[in-house]
Design a protein around this ligand. Sequence first.
Ligand code: FMN
Length: 442
Amino acid sequence: MNNERKMHLNLFLSSMGHHEASWRYPDSPTDQLMNFSYYKDLVQKAEQAKMDSVFLADRTSLSPQSVKHGSSASFEPTTLLSALAVVTEKIGLIATVSTSFNEPYNIARRFASLDFLSNGRAGWNIITSGTDSEAQNFNLETIPDHAIRYKRAKEFLDVTIKLWDSWEDDAIVLNKKTGIFADSQKVHEINHKGEFFQIRGPLNIPRSPQKRPVLVQAGTSEDGKEFAAKYAEAIFTAQQTFIDARAFYLDVKERVIKHGRNPDQVKILPGICPIIGETEKEVKERENRLQELMNFEHSLIQLSNRVGIDLTSASLDEPLPALPDIDEIQGHKSRTQLIIELAQRENLTLRQLLIRLGGGRGHHTIVGTPQKIADELEYWFLNGAADGFNIMPQVMNPDFDRFINLVIPELQKRGLFRTEYTGNTLRDNYKLNKPENQFMTI
Ligand SMILES: Cc1cc2nc3c(=O)[nH]c(=O)nc-3n(C[C@H](O)[C@H](O)[C@H](O)COP(=O)(O)O)c2cc1C
């Protein structure tokens, strides 16, 4: 089969893997946790495999339990990606940054800089954050309400986009004879006065190679989907089943159309957490081994943090205790909903639920041979549930190597994934248009 439409593959880069016990896995090189060369090798391998992009998540707090039991050390995403930009050429570089604990001017500069450093490969995963522990590192006691966070995120995006546009494309003159560096008529103050921000502008960095970095979003609540429909060019999402993924895909694409945008210009990438092996027996053994390495006390604390309710005294052998109505959850709404639905649908005890979440925090886990994994990706891709996938190996070593050496060639053989890059920027990889500049009159 030689499809015109190819799937997009992003590597969700995590230090040792997405299984919560991956760092304890015997082959995991934990001594490399803060070693740049380790990440350089992973990203260069992803580029050799022609993956579209790599992505770094971020959380700006650390609980004492994570210090003790979790693999908690990590780089600040835009810093690590700036270093990776100079040792790669084609692969996109997507960093997570929260709109709740930053200022637009700083973030606009930071992403424009990454876009220049990488010659047009920057992407921003826009998050609103969701925990009190993060708020407590930024002058607050508790996390602002969900609706307020999204309101701030909208204003944040509107002004950040204005700042990126504040230099018209041809503003730079560089005339040594006349001494004119830039045409001041083409560099604009934005003079924004809103509910959350007051910003004069212009930005102190010209319009970057992609015009704007690619905007990525990963919230799936009602507010999250509306936000994505208005701004996002790529969407990462956690979906447990094909049916849920298809419903989400249709819902978001319809919302995109309602916002007057082209649905092909918004790429939807559900997360996939594979354990890959030559035989079903081998992968089952690895799955069991990872479960043995889990620390349920720590898993329960992580689940409590995720849903924003203290579950640490709940019995592991009983069902998940009743949680407040989803409208009352002020943290990560959609993930909480997913967890409740998973526990109810499969009638899981709390221990079984923690095991299910251990492999990918609610993302879709697949355990099997390369063919089985390729079959599933093909099915979701060809049947309206995905434009591509966010690949989250459960254990980096060996699942990432196996994904690029065994699954990607299988997808290429089936005509579903590129064999060569056809451009140089993240927009080229994701087949996204360059945005117009709101200050330019044609
Ligand atoms: C693939 C993926 C990556 C995410 N990365 C982060 C992250 O790095 N930091 C974070 O606080 N939230 C992260 N999230 C969570 C969401 O961005 C969002 O905050 C969460 O889904 C709650 O938003 P909602 O209430 O609109 O659903 C991620 C979600 C997904 C699906």
